[in-house]
Design a protein around this ligand. Structure first.
Ligand code: SF4
Length: 330
Protein backbone atom coordinates (compact mmCIF):
# COMPACT_ATOMS: atom_id res chain seq x y z
CA UNK A 1 0.00 0.00 0.00
CA UNK A 2 1.47 3.41 -0.97
CA UNK A 3 2.32 5.71 1.90
CA UNK A 4 -0.48 8.25 1.19
CA UNK A 5 -3.02 5.41 1.43
CA UNK A 6 -1.52 4.08 4.65
CA UNK A 7 -1.66 7.57 6.19
CA UNK A 8 -5.32 7.79 5.17
CA UNK A 9 -6.07 4.36 6.56
CA UNK A 10 -4.41 5.27 9.87
CA UNK A 11 -6.40 8.49 10.25
CA UNK A 12 -9.70 6.85 9.26
CA UNK A 13 -9.21 4.09 11.84
CA UNK A 14 -8.33 6.68 14.52
CA UNK A 15 -11.50 8.70 13.86
CA UNK A 16 -13.61 5.54 13.79
CA UNK A 17 -12.12 4.42 17.12
CA UNK A 18 -12.84 7.75 18.81
CA UNK A 19 -16.49 7.45 17.81
CA UNK A 20 -16.99 3.73 18.39
CA UNK A 21 -14.67 2.38 21.07
CA UNK A 22 -16.13 0.26 23.84
CA UNK A 23 -15.86 1.65 27.35
CA UNK A 24 -13.71 -0.97 29.12
CA UNK A 25 -12.26 -0.58 32.64
CA UNK A 26 -8.64 -0.81 31.49
CA UNK A 27 -9.23 1.90 28.89
CA UNK A 28 -9.92 4.43 31.64
CA UNK A 29 -6.32 4.35 32.79
CA UNK A 30 -2.77 4.62 31.51
CA UNK A 31 -1.34 3.11 34.68
CA UNK A 32 1.06 0.44 33.32
CA UNK A 33 0.31 -1.93 36.22
CA UNK A 34 -3.41 -1.94 35.40
CA UNK A 35 -2.90 -2.14 31.64
CA UNK A 36 -0.46 -5.01 32.13
CA UNK A 37 -2.89 -7.01 34.33
CA UNK A 38 -5.65 -6.53 31.73
CA UNK A 39 -3.41 -7.61 28.85
CA UNK A 40 -2.33 -10.79 30.63
CA UNK A 41 -5.92 -11.65 31.57
CA UNK A 42 -7.12 -10.99 28.02
CA UNK A 43 -4.72 -13.58 26.60
CA UNK A 44 -7.08 -16.48 25.80
CA UNK A 45 -10.07 -15.10 27.77
CA UNK A 46 -12.98 -13.08 26.38
CA UNK A 47 -13.38 -9.40 27.28
CA UNK A 48 -16.75 -9.84 29.04
CA UNK A 49 -15.40 -12.71 31.14
CA UNK A 50 -12.26 -10.78 32.11
CA UNK A 51 -13.99 -7.66 33.53
CA UNK A 52 -15.09 -9.10 36.94
CA UNK A 53 -11.76 -10.90 37.38
CA UNK A 54 -9.86 -7.72 36.54
CA UNK A 55 -11.81 -5.63 39.03
CA UNK A 56 -11.54 -8.23 41.80
CA UNK A 57 -7.82 -8.81 41.19
CA UNK A 58 -7.09 -5.08 41.47
CA UNK A 59 -9.11 -4.81 44.67
CA UNK A 60 -7.01 -7.62 46.14
CA UNK A 61 -3.70 -6.43 44.67
CA UNK A 62 -4.03 -2.66 44.00
CA UNK A 63 -0.34 -2.24 43.15
CA UNK A 64 2.76 -4.35 42.36
CA UNK A 65 3.64 -4.21 46.10
CA UNK A 66 0.63 -6.27 47.22
CA UNK A 67 1.01 -8.66 44.27
CA UNK A 68 4.71 -9.16 44.97
CA UNK A 69 3.92 -10.01 48.62
CA UNK A 70 1.02 -12.39 47.87
CA UNK A 71 1.02 -15.99 49.08
CA UNK A 72 0.44 -18.88 46.67
CA UNK A 73 -3.07 -19.42 48.03
CA UNK A 74 -4.04 -15.74 47.67
CA UNK A 75 -2.60 -15.54 44.18
CA UNK A 76 -4.12 -18.74 42.84
CA UNK A 77 -7.48 -17.99 44.41
CA UNK A 78 -7.60 -14.60 42.65
CA UNK A 79 -6.71 -16.27 39.38
CA UNK A 80 -8.91 -19.33 39.81
CA UNK A 81 -11.27 -19.56 36.82
CA UNK A 82 -8.99 -17.79 34.35
CA UNK A 83 -6.85 -20.89 33.71
CA UNK A 84 -3.24 -20.99 32.53
CA UNK A 85 -2.01 -20.47 36.07
CA UNK A 86 1.61 -20.01 35.06
CA UNK A 87 0.49 -16.53 33.95
CA UNK A 88 -0.39 -15.63 37.56
CA UNK A 89 2.96 -16.88 38.85
CA UNK A 90 4.78 -14.89 36.16
CA UNK A 91 2.76 -11.82 37.16
CA UNK A 92 3.93 -12.14 40.76
CA UNK A 93 7.53 -12.75 39.73
CA UNK A 94 7.42 -9.68 37.46
CA UNK A 95 5.79 -7.64 40.27
CA UNK A 96 8.71 -8.58 42.53
CA UNK A 97 11.15 -7.33 39.90
CA UNK A 98 9.18 -4.08 39.50
CA UNK A 99 9.17 -3.53 43.28
CA UNK A 100 12.93 -4.26 43.43
CA UNK A 101 13.72 -1.73 40.67
CA UNK A 102 11.45 0.92 42.24
CA UNK A 103 9.13 1.62 39.27
CA UNK A 104 7.42 0.06 36.27
CA UNK A 105 9.86 -0.05 33.31
CA UNK A 106 8.91 2.53 30.68
CA UNK A 107 10.40 1.31 27.40
CA UNK A 108 9.60 -1.68 25.18
CA UNK A 109 13.13 -3.05 25.59
CA UNK A 110 12.87 -2.99 29.39
CA UNK A 111 9.27 -4.17 29.61
CA UNK A 112 9.95 -7.26 27.48
CA UNK A 113 12.60 -8.36 29.98
CA UNK A 114 9.90 -9.00 32.62
CA UNK A 115 8.82 -12.64 33.04
CA UNK A 116 5.69 -13.65 31.12
CA UNK A 117 5.79 -10.59 28.81
CA UNK A 118 6.21 -11.22 25.09
CA UNK A 119 6.46 -8.82 22.14
CA UNK A 120 2.70 -8.22 21.96
CA UNK A 121 2.23 -7.32 25.65
CA UNK A 122 5.42 -5.23 25.74
CA UNK A 123 4.29 -3.26 22.67
CA UNK A 124 0.80 -2.78 24.15
CA UNK A 125 2.12 -1.42 27.47
CA UNK A 126 4.89 0.68 25.86
CA UNK A 127 2.48 2.31 23.42
CA UNK A 128 -0.63 2.66 25.61
CA UNK A 129 1.15 3.88 28.75
CA UNK A 130 4.35 5.51 27.47
CA UNK A 131 3.48 6.60 23.87
CA UNK A 132 6.25 4.51 22.34
CA UNK A 133 5.44 3.94 18.63
CA UNK A 134 5.60 0.14 18.75
CA UNK A 135 2.94 -1.66 16.73
CA UNK A 136 1.05 -4.50 18.41
CA UNK A 137 0.34 -7.69 16.53
CA UNK A 138 -2.27 -9.88 18.20
CA UNK A 139 -4.77 -12.21 16.52
CA UNK A 140 -7.18 -9.36 15.76
CA UNK A 141 -4.51 -7.14 14.22
CA UNK A 142 -3.10 -10.04 12.19
CA UNK A 143 -6.54 -10.65 10.69
CA UNK A 144 -7.17 -6.96 9.90
CA UNK A 145 -3.75 -6.52 8.29
CA UNK A 146 -3.84 -9.78 6.33
CA UNK A 147 -7.14 -8.59 4.84
CA UNK A 148 -6.29 -4.92 4.36
CA UNK A 149 -3.07 -5.86 2.53
CA UNK A 150 -4.57 -9.05 0.98
CA UNK A 151 -1.60 -11.05 2.23
CA UNK A 152 -1.90 -14.61 0.84
CA UNK A 153 0.54 -16.17 3.35
CA UNK A 154 -0.35 -18.74 6.03
CA UNK A 155 -0.52 -16.72 9.25
CA UNK A 156 1.00 -19.65 11.20
CA UNK A 157 4.17 -19.14 9.13
CA UNK A 158 6.83 -16.95 10.75
CA UNK A 159 7.65 -15.19 7.46
CA UNK A 160 4.00 -14.11 7.08
CA UNK A 161 3.97 -12.88 10.68
CA UNK A 162 7.17 -10.94 10.06
CA UNK A 163 5.63 -9.34 6.96
CA UNK A 164 2.49 -8.38 8.91
CA UNK A 165 4.59 -7.01 11.78
CA UNK A 166 6.37 -4.76 9.26
CA UNK A 167 3.01 -3.69 7.80
CA UNK A 168 1.73 -2.94 11.33
CA UNK A 169 4.78 -0.80 12.03
CA UNK A 170 4.32 1.03 8.73
CA UNK A 171 0.73 1.95 9.61
CA UNK A 172 1.45 3.12 13.16
CA UNK A 173 0.46 6.64 14.09
CA UNK A 174 3.65 7.99 15.68
CA UNK A 175 1.75 10.93 17.16
CA UNK A 176 -0.73 8.72 19.01
CA UNK A 177 0.44 5.09 19.06
CA UNK A 178 -1.78 4.34 22.08
CA UNK A 179 -4.94 5.18 20.19
CA UNK A 180 -3.72 3.57 16.96
CA UNK A 181 -2.89 0.19 18.52
CA UNK A 182 -6.15 0.05 20.43
CA UNK A 183 -8.06 1.10 17.32
CA UNK A 184 -6.54 -1.72 15.25
CA UNK A 185 -7.41 -4.27 17.93
CA UNK A 186 -10.91 -2.86 18.31
CA UNK A 187 -11.54 -3.01 14.56
CA UNK A 188 -10.56 -6.69 14.57
CA UNK A 189 -12.62 -7.44 17.69
CA UNK A 190 -15.83 -5.72 16.64
CA UNK A 191 -15.92 -5.27 12.82
CA UNK A 192 -13.34 -7.37 10.95
CA UNK A 193 -14.61 -10.56 12.59
CA UNK A 194 -13.05 -13.96 11.79
CA UNK A 195 -16.00 -15.68 10.10
CA UNK A 196 -18.30 -12.81 9.33
CA UNK A 197 -16.46 -9.54 8.63
CA UNK A 198 -18.86 -6.60 8.69
CA UNK A 199 -17.38 -4.96 5.59
CA UNK A 200 -20.45 -2.85 4.87
CA UNK A 201 -20.03 -0.90 8.12
CA UNK A 202 -16.23 -0.96 8.06
CA UNK A 203 -14.46 2.42 7.98
CA UNK A 204 -11.67 1.14 5.69
CA UNK A 205 -13.86 -0.76 3.22
CA UNK A 206 -12.71 1.38 0.29
CA UNK A 207 -9.03 0.85 1.09
CA UNK A 208 -9.15 -2.83 2.01
CA UNK A 209 -7.52 -4.97 -0.67
CA UNK A 210 -9.27 -8.16 0.43
CA UNK A 211 -12.64 -6.42 0.13
CA UNK A 212 -11.76 -4.93 -3.26
CA UNK A 213 -10.86 -8.44 -4.50
CA UNK A 214 -13.82 -10.11 -2.68
CA UNK A 215 -11.34 -12.17 -0.68
CA UNK A 216 -12.42 -11.07 2.80
CA UNK A 217 -13.80 -14.51 3.69
CA UNK A 218 -10.80 -16.38 2.27
CA UNK A 219 -8.26 -14.36 4.22
CA UNK A 220 -6.33 -14.73 6.37
CA UNK A 221 -5.02 -18.13 5.29
CA UNK A 222 -4.80 -20.48 8.27
CA UNK A 223 -3.29 -23.93 8.57
CA UNK A 224 -5.94 -26.56 9.28
CA UNK A 225 -6.49 -27.03 12.98
CA UNK A 226 -5.36 -30.32 14.45
CA UNK A 227 -8.18 -32.73 15.18
CA UNK A 228 -10.20 -32.41 18.37
CA UNK A 229 -9.68 -35.40 20.70
CA UNK A 230 -12.20 -36.59 23.28
CA UNK A 231 -10.88 -37.97 26.54
CA UNK A 232 -13.05 -39.62 29.23
CA UNK A 233 -12.05 -39.23 32.89
CA UNK A 234 -13.56 -40.08 36.24
CA UNK A 235 -13.26 -38.01 39.41
CA UNK A 236 -14.07 -39.48 42.82
CA UNK A 237 -15.85 -37.52 45.55
CA UNK A 238 -15.20 -39.11 48.94
CA UNK A 239 -16.94 -37.28 51.79
CA UNK A 240 -16.85 -38.28 55.48
CA UNK A 241 -17.99 -36.30 58.54
CA UNK A 242 -18.12 -32.97 56.70
CA UNK A 243 -14.67 -33.47 55.10
CA UNK A 244 -13.71 -34.22 51.49
CA UNK A 245 -10.68 -36.21 50.34
CA UNK A 246 -8.31 -34.14 48.15
CA UNK A 247 -4.63 -34.10 47.17
CA UNK A 248 -2.46 -31.06 46.53
CA UNK A 249 -0.18 -30.55 43.54
CA UNK A 250 3.40 -29.63 44.31
CA UNK A 251 3.94 -25.85 44.56
CA UNK A 252 6.67 -26.22 41.92
CA UNK A 253 4.48 -28.03 39.37
CA UNK A 254 4.49 -26.14 36.06
CA UNK A 255 0.77 -26.74 35.64
CA UNK A 256 -1.65 -25.76 38.45
CA UNK A 257 1.13 -25.85 41.07
CA UNK A 258 -0.36 -25.66 44.62
CA UNK A 259 -3.91 -26.48 43.51
CA UNK A 260 -6.07 -29.09 45.24
CA UNK A 261 -7.45 -31.93 43.15
CA UNK A 262 -10.05 -34.68 43.39
CA UNK A 263 -8.75 -38.26 43.28
CA UNK A 264 -9.08 -40.43 40.16
CA UNK A 265 -9.71 -44.20 40.35
CA UNK A 266 -6.09 -45.14 39.57
CA UNK A 267 -4.99 -43.13 42.62
CA UNK A 268 -7.53 -44.83 44.90
CA UNK A 269 -7.81 -48.44 43.65
CA UNK A 270 -9.47 -49.50 46.94
CA UNK A 271 -12.29 -46.94 46.61
CA UNK A 272 -15.82 -48.27 46.07
CA UNK A 273 -18.03 -46.23 43.72
CA UNK A 274 -21.45 -45.53 45.25
CA UNK A 275 -23.34 -43.40 42.71
CA UNK A 276 -22.89 -41.09 39.74
CA UNK A 277 -23.23 -37.45 40.89
CA UNK A 278 -23.13 -35.80 37.44
CA UNK A 279 -21.22 -35.50 34.17
CA UNK A 280 -19.69 -32.48 32.42
CA UNK A 281 -17.28 -31.58 29.62
CA UNK A 282 -14.30 -29.26 29.73
CA UNK A 283 -12.36 -28.18 26.64
CA UNK A 284 -8.64 -27.44 26.73
CA UNK A 285 -7.03 -26.46 23.40
CA UNK A 286 -7.73 -29.37 21.03
CA UNK A 287 -9.02 -31.80 23.65
CA UNK A 288 -12.48 -32.19 25.11
CA UNK A 289 -12.44 -33.89 28.48
CA UNK A 290 -15.67 -35.68 29.40
CA UNK A 291 -15.75 -36.08 33.16
CA UNK A 292 -17.99 -38.32 35.23
CA UNK A 293 -18.11 -37.40 38.90
CA UNK A 294 -18.72 -40.39 41.16
CA UNK A 295 -19.41 -40.53 44.91
CA UNK A 296 -17.18 -43.18 46.48
CA UNK A 297 -16.16 -44.71 49.81
CA UNK A 298 -12.78 -45.84 51.04
CA UNK A 299 -11.74 -47.29 54.40
CA UNK A 300 -8.16 -46.03 54.59
CA UNK A 301 -6.99 -43.53 51.97
CA UNK A 302 -3.25 -43.30 51.19
CA UNK A 303 -1.26 -40.67 53.11
CA UNK A 304 -0.80 -38.57 49.99
CA UNK A 305 -4.41 -37.43 50.48
CA UNK A 306 -5.86 -35.01 53.03
CA UNK A 307 -9.31 -34.57 54.52
CA UNK A 308 -10.37 -30.95 53.92
CA UNK A 309 -13.36 -29.44 55.69
CA UNK A 310 -16.16 -28.80 53.18
CA UNK A 311 -16.65 -25.26 54.49
CA UNK A 312 -12.97 -24.49 53.65
CA UNK A 313 -13.32 -25.21 49.93
CA UNK A 314 -13.83 -21.51 49.18
CA UNK A 315 -10.54 -20.67 50.88
CA UNK A 316 -8.21 -23.00 48.93
CA UNK A 317 -7.15 -22.89 45.27
CA UNK A 318 -9.30 -25.19 43.16
CA UNK A 319 -9.02 -25.54 39.39
CA UNK A 320 -12.01 -24.84 37.14
CA UNK A 321 -12.42 -28.60 36.62
CA UNK A 322 -12.67 -29.32 40.37
CA UNK A 323 -15.09 -26.44 40.88
CA UNK A 324 -17.26 -27.75 38.03
CA UNK A 325 -17.08 -31.25 39.50
CA UNK A 326 -18.18 -30.06 42.94
CA UNK A 327 -20.84 -27.60 41.74
CA UNK A 328 -23.82 -29.90 42.61
CA UNK A 329 -22.61 -29.96 46.23
CA UNK A 330 -22.62 -26.19 46.72
S1 SF4 B 1 -13.44 -4.16 4.68
FE1 SF4 B 1 -14.02 -6.10 5.59
S2 SF4 B 1 -12.22 -7.39 5.42
FE2 SF4 B 1 -11.56 -5.27 5.07
S3 SF4 B 1 -10.86 -4.58 7.08
FE3 SF4 B 1 -13.01 -3.97 6.86
S4 SF4 B 1 -14.19 -5.67 7.77
FE4 SF4 B 1 -12.10 -6.39 7.41
Amino acid sequence: MESSKSVRLTSIIAAWYDANKRDLPWRRTRDPYRVWISEIMLQQTRVAAVIPYYERFLRTFPSPNELAASTDDELLKSWSGLGYYSRARNLREAARQIVARGSFPSTYDEIIELPGIGPYTAAAIASICFDEPKAVLDGNVIRVLARVTADPGDIANSKTKQRLQEAAQKFIDVKDPARHNQAMMELGATVCLPKDPKCCGCPVEKLCKARLKSLERQLPVKKRKSEIRRVRRTLLVVIRNGHILLWQRSQEAALLGGFWELPEPNQLPAAKPVRLIHEFSHAITNRIYEFEVVAAKIARPPKTFEWIRLDRLDAIPLSTVVRKALSPLS
